[in-house]
Design a protein around this ligand. Structure first.
Ligand code: HSE
Length: 443
């Protein structure tokens, strides 16, 4: 392929992130061109509604409604897929890769759903797929895993990967409001997904966890193979009691690999993090990721995880890598499979069984306020060999009821699930208990 000196960038989608990329690329174009040694042309933009008012000024002649036409236009070198969703975005991505183009994407849902197909299409068509903006907004975590930490295998990666949930949990803690009360602000600030259930039910974090697990271990774990719980059942009560016990509540992705047993486990759930841990103090829209490598030890990354500017920063980082590849023929990006194999390999790796996940647990129960109820709860726990560490009893919002907050000593997921099933059978337990994990991580 001849090496172009003008790089034409085509945009498919110009929502919050796309407008941010346009704005910052326009503002810093001269500096970027000087660093990269090539001219950048914001060549074509596909949008659903060309008449819509936008925060950036785009010449009408550059606008089209045909995203596929931008993706296959022979003059376009780099396709920025910022449409979102998994239907048109997939079509556009595969069409561009089949023509040997470089696709830059922030689309974690698409990558999680069709990652194997996308990388196969890139190999077959001679294209490349760059996706730094898909995980943790402005934090260059993908570069860190693939490049800076290439000497390592990763027994554990855990992190706050959803800016919306962290913003909601932080405001719940500071202002005593419910998550529903601040969700509108998260949407207005451009943090939340178009369908915010992806954020609050944990799916967005699960998509990002799948991408990190693939990079670290070479295996695509489907979201239905993970344990995924969101933040919708967390109340002020939980936040207040967690704080009294010395914890902050964070929605975490936890990716653990036991290299001896060759087992991988990926889970997403709200977690009580001891305040001494750095990530327990990562607040607001910030994300934080603690990566433990067998050579380096633990490294921690913190930065804005959502929003126009942070995500645009990651997309432009990928565009810069794409320009370098186009102009020098050299990839600064380690090919995905090579990186994954280096990082520990997927050979023979299996998903770990539930009982291999050990934790301390936090349980909130609404029970009848009658003699013997505490003993019934304790009996079910004892039958499942779940040992109680602490008990707090408070008044309940329900009539003639009490709220119990229990923490346990180390147990495992299988035992705690059987315990929950047993508790659900008790007539004295009035609502589905809330179960949270306690994250006793080392840094
Ligand atoms: N909705 C996502 C978040 C956007 O809140 O983290 C960034 O991926």
């Amino acid at each position: 392929m001849s090496k172009p000196s003008v790089i034409n960038i085509g945009f498919c989608g110009l929502g919050t992130v796309g407008q941010g990329v346009w704005k910052h690329l326009s503002a810093s174009r001269a500096a970027l061109e000087a660093r990269l040694g090539a001219r950048l042309e914001l060549y074509r933009v596909a949008v659903r509604n060309p008449g819509k008012a936008r925060g950036v000024d785009i010449p009408a002649a550059k606008l089209t409604t045909d995203a596929l036409a931008v993706a296959i236009d022979p003059a376009v070198h780099i396709v920025c897929e910022l449409i979102g969703g998994t239907a048109l975005a997939r079509e556009v991505t595969l069409a561009a890769l089949a023509r040997g183009k470089i696709v830059v994407s922030a689309n974690k849902a698409l990558l999680c759903e069709s990652g194997a197909e996308i990388f196969a299409a890139a190999r077959k068509g001679g294209g490349h797929f760059f996706f730094e903006a898909s995980v943790a907004g402005g934090i260059p975590i993908i570069k860190a895993l693939r490049e800076g930490l290439i000497a390592n295998r990763f027994p554990r990666i855990y992190g706050i990967l959803n800016g919306t949930c962290n913003y909601l949990l932080t405001r719940m803690e500071r202002e005593g409001v419910s998550y529903a009360d601040v969700l509108a602000d998260a949407k207005r600030l451009g943090y939340a997904e178009a369908d915010e259930t992806l954020d609050v039910q944990g799916w967005d974090t699960a998509h990002k966890a799948a991408i990190l697990a693939y990079l670290a271990h070479g295996m695509w774990v489907k979201t239905d193979q993970m344990l995924v719980e969101g933040i919708t059942r967390i109340t002020q009560t939980d936040i207040v009691h967690a704080a009294q016990l010395g914890y902050g509540i964070k929605l975490l992705a936890v990716i653990t690999r036991d290299f001896e047993a060759n087992q991988l486990f990926v889970r997403v759930h709200p977690t009580l993090l001891p305040r001494r841990l750095v990530l327990a103090n990562v607040d607001g829209v910030y994300n934080g990721i603690a990566v433990t490598g067998d050579v380096v030890g633990t490294t921690i990354y913190i930065g804005r995880g959502a929003g126009q500017d942070a995500t645009a920063s990651a997309v432009i980082g990928d565009i810069a890598d794409a320009v370098t590849l186009l102009t020098s023929g050299k990839s600064v990006v380690v090919p995905d499979e090579a990186a994954a194999i280096h990082a520990g390999g997927r050979k023979g790796v299996k998903l770990a069984p539930l009982e291999s996940i050990c934790s301390r647990y936090y349980l909130r129960l609404e029970v009848r306020d009658q003699p013997g109820v505490l003993a019934q709860v304790a009996t079910i726990m004892a039958q499942n060999r779940v040992s109680i560490e602490s008990v707090i009893q408070r008044g309940s919002r329900l009539p003639d009821a009490a709220m119990l907050i229990l923490t346990t000593h180390q147990s495992n997921e299988q035992a705690i699930r059987t315990t929950l099933a047993g508790l659900a059978q008790l007539a004295s337990v009035l609502e589905e208990p809330l179960l949270l994990r306690i994250g006793d991580f080392e840094e």
